[in-house]
Design a protein around this ligand. Structure first.
Ligand SMILES: NC(=O)NCCC[C@H](N)C(=O)O
Length: 296
């Protein structure tokens, strides 16, 4: 079935029909109150080695590099004001995901992050955008949601962050629009599906073959998507966690040297800000960004 045509626009025209279409506007949050707290296996490993969170000035410098890379890639960056009680607000991917019909409010699982819904709702209201849907059962986090292309999506359901109830609710809303949606189980050790898989460009993904179910890889192949393999060790340093800008550009962490070389070998322009302080907390360029508007 073909996806249904776009509905009437309400408020700000935040629309994303594909993770690889040219990115025009994106929401980030400065890391002024960021610190490492033990919410996932990656940051727990970091904290086991270093018990001090990085200095705010260092975090801000890396975050500014990310903002510059995205602007250099042609997108407009909006910044939401960080709140002191929400250290992980910088990972704007997780609390809201923008679809072809507009923003969907997610339902974060970790108590330390649940409050993020409030500033995000206020921000969208201030910018005249109405939520298309609000997650209201189970849990749903944006890092598990992949709008692969118009009419095709994958939602990770590890049970740790996004659970089956939350994933199936969003899947149902998209399926009612004529979309094909795959709900993909994986182990919660890996936090979000975007730690293991991200789109780089139309028809090209990056994927941790060591971990992903062969059935998922087969499903990608059947839908005409090939991938650059990323080894387990690199994936756990957020080596798969990239942001496609469209028009042959991609943002990938400077530290992901092997992947960046492979992306360049594919003919992509790689913008590579240093992001080690954020990847040590469990999130890279994909997690630190919430695309608001991409071209159709
Ligand atoms: N989409 C993502 O993978 N987001 C990263 C979130 C990391 C954050 N430290 C968390 O545990 O929620």
């Amino acid at each position: 079935m073909l996806p249904s045509p776009p509905g009437p626009l309400v408020g700000a025209a935040w629309r994303v029909s594909s993770e690889t279409a040219p990115l025009r506007e994106v929401l980030l949050c400065p890391p002024d109150h960021y610190r490492w707290i033990p919410t996932n296996s990656i940051v727990r490993r970091t904290l086991a080695g270093e018990n001090q969170s990085p200095a705010t000035a260092h975090l801000q410098a890396q975050h500014r590099e990310l903002v510059h890379a995205i602007e250099q890639g042609g997108a407009r960056v909006h910044l939401i004001a960080p709140e002191p009680q929400l250290p992980y607000m910088a990972y704007t991917r997780d609390s809201v995901v923008v679809t072809h019909r507009g923003p969907v409010l997610c339902q974060l699982e970790r108590p330390q992050r649940r409050g993020e819904y409030a500033p995000l709702m206020d921000w969208h209201e201030t910018h005249g955008s109405r939520f298309w849907r609000k997650s209201s059962t189970g849990t749903l986090e944006g890092g598990d949601i992949h709008i692969i292309r118009p009419g095709l999506a994958a939602i990770g359901a590890s049970g740790g962050r996004t659970d089956h109830a939350g994933a199936e609710q969003l899947a149902g809303w998209l399926r009612a629009e004529g979309w094909e949606v795959r709900v993909e189980d994986f182990d919660e050790h890996f936090l979000h599906l975007d730690v293991l898989f991200c789109m780089a460009a139309e028809g090209l993904a990056v994927a941790c073959e060591d971990v992903l179910d062969p059935a998922f890889l087969g499903w990608l192949r059947d839908h005409g998507i090939r991938w650059i393999p990323v080894p387990y060790r690199d994936a756990m340093q957020l080596g798969c966690n990239i942001l496609a800008l469209g028009e042959g550009r991609v943002v990938s962490a400077h530290e992901s040297t092997g992947l960046n070389a492979a992306l360049r070998a594919e003919g992509l322009e790689v913008l590579d800000p240093a992001l080690s302080l954020f990847t040590a907390g469990g999130g890279g360029p994909h997690c630190l960004t919430c695309p608001l508007r991409r071209d159709d």
